[in-house]
Design a protein. Sequence first.
Length: 255
Amino acid sequence: MRITTSLLTMALGAALALPAGVAAAQVPAHDPSARLREVLPADVAERVLARIAEARARELPAQALENRALKFASRGVAPAQIEQAIAAHAERMGTAKGLLEQARGAQRPAADEVDAGAEALRMGVDGAAVSALAKSAPSGRSLAVPLFVIGSLVERGLPSDSALLRVRDRLQARATDAELESMAGQRNAAAGANGQRGLDRAAAARGAAAGRAGATGAAGAGKAPSDIPRNGGKATAPGRATPQPMPPRPGTGRP
């Protein structure tokens, strides 16, 4: 059936005549960009959003960066520090993506694996360990939780090569994600209350991996950034975050 020009004109006119409320209903309810403009000063928000857009163009998990920025803002981190942290994590994502792609060849890394690789790098895991894990892991096995666990072990003081060996051995033995988390928990328990952070990250990665099928682009959404300073539960007005020190990256003294 041929569609005439007049019919197309009528359809276009009907679309343009939609009430504002109906048109607004077509916009996704989840709009981190709009929220970031609310909680950050205008100039910082634009730069952060530009960085996130650049990450999306590089096929990096941009939504994880959006969530990270929102979580930092909700905890009262200074806007300038949020901007710095997002830029740094985007670069780590790019590095992690490259390492995973080189190591696994045709098997494209999922978004949560890229985010987990970036977190592992932030926690002090060296790039060689990330690459080695990707090369040695069983085919088809998600690396999200293994990478978080390696990062947790290194953050608690275990050298990268030792952490890699432990996790790789467990992967070869077909350990489940829960079993890997348990291994990290045994190490973390000796580190005190902060040791739970590694387990929390691994559990978040496991949940993202479980729901990843058919939604790779959205993987990583909802995971809270692991390195958010606490503000004692004090409310912070949008765009007026109280400066607080960023936690240093292991061995560098920098956020």
